[in-house]
Design a protein around this ligand. Structure first.
Ligand code: NAD
Length: 252
């Protein structure tokens, strides 16, 4: 029960890694705001957890007004904000010569601008409260590059360095800011990989552990970074990737 009495906001909380983090935070005692575009799944998860400590707030994280309203709703409903998990994201496997400007902007808006919008509102609140923890979902695609994911790689790389910047800027305010960098996770965002014959197996084989992770394995690392167990950790990008970033790429 590391989060008893605390309040968490999770963007992209209706599915995948976000939903696993919602369950984890709630399971360890937090009240949780589930923010997502997907009202069906978000409302269902909130209903399952119960109104006492869970609420769904329909949010497009690319819209700065909606992001402010999301955080305002968390404070209005549960009285404070201790944990912000900026996790909503979209993938895009399009090479630059074929990448439309509007698609580039959409990927940057959801994966990067949204993190800025939420941090801008959350940091002063947390500082005034005496502290807080922000975790941004980057990716190992922000540490190296995933073939063809040009805009996504750019956005996730920027999330990592923005996290470092916020980590150092607010280290003396009691606000810790860290990034989690998942390797391949079995969630709907990468459903397309299952449609290409053999690709799932090739991706799995590239991971030293030989498999995709489950979203709960990423949520466990997020909960650690959000908790007092990580009280001396800020500005880091933590790979949770089955050893992928440690490997040279030589086949097993
Ligand atoms: P997912 O598709 O299961 O969840 C993403 C959630 O974000 C969905 O509920 C979706 O509705 C929501 N979302 C998308 N656009 C939004 C918007 N504009 N406003 C609000 N919500 C929005 O996928 P996931 O794998 O759980 O992805 C979570 C994060 O993890 C993303 O940032 C993704 O880039 C990152 N990530 C995923 C993997 C992977 O292999 N699955 C690897 C590295 C990083």
């Amino acid at each position: 029960m590391r989060f008893s009495g605390q309040v968490a906001v999770v963007t992209g909380g209706a599915s995948g890694i976000g939903a696993a983090a919602v369950r984890r935070f709630h399971g360890e005692g937090a009240a949780v705001v589930i923010a997502d575009l997907n009202a069906g799944q978000g409302e269902a998860l909130a209903a399952e957890l119960g109104a006492e400590r869970a609420r769904f707030v329909a949010t497009d994280v690319a819209d700065e007004t909606a992001v402010k309203a999301m955080i305002d709703a968390a404070v209005a409903t549960f009285g404070r904000l201790d944990i912000l998990f900026n996790n909503a994201g979209i993938g895009s496997r399009v090479h630059t010569p074929d990448l439309a400007t509007e698609d580039w902007r959409r990927v940057i808006a959801i994966n990067l601008d949204a993190v800025f919008f939420a941090c801008r509102v959350a940091i002063p609140l947390m500082k005034a409260q005496g502290g807080g923890a922000i975790i941004n979902t980057a990716s190992i695609s922000g540490m190296a590059g995933d073939y063809g994911f040009d805009a996504y790689n750019a956005a996730k790389g920027a999330v990592i360095n923005y996290t470092r910047s916020l980590g150092i800027s607010h280290a003396r305010d009691g606000v810790r800011v860290n990034a989690v960098c998942p390797g391949p996770v079995d969630t709907p965002i990468i459903a397309g990989i299952k449609e290409v014959p053999g690709l799932w197996e090739r991706w799995s084989d590239a991971v030293p552990m030989g498999r995709f992770s489950q979203p709960e394995e990423i949520a466990a690392a997020v909960a650690f970074l959000a908790s007092r167990d990580a009280s001396y950790i800020t500005g880091v990008a933590l790979a949770v990737d089955g050893g992928l970033m440690a490997a040279t790429g030589q086949p097993n």
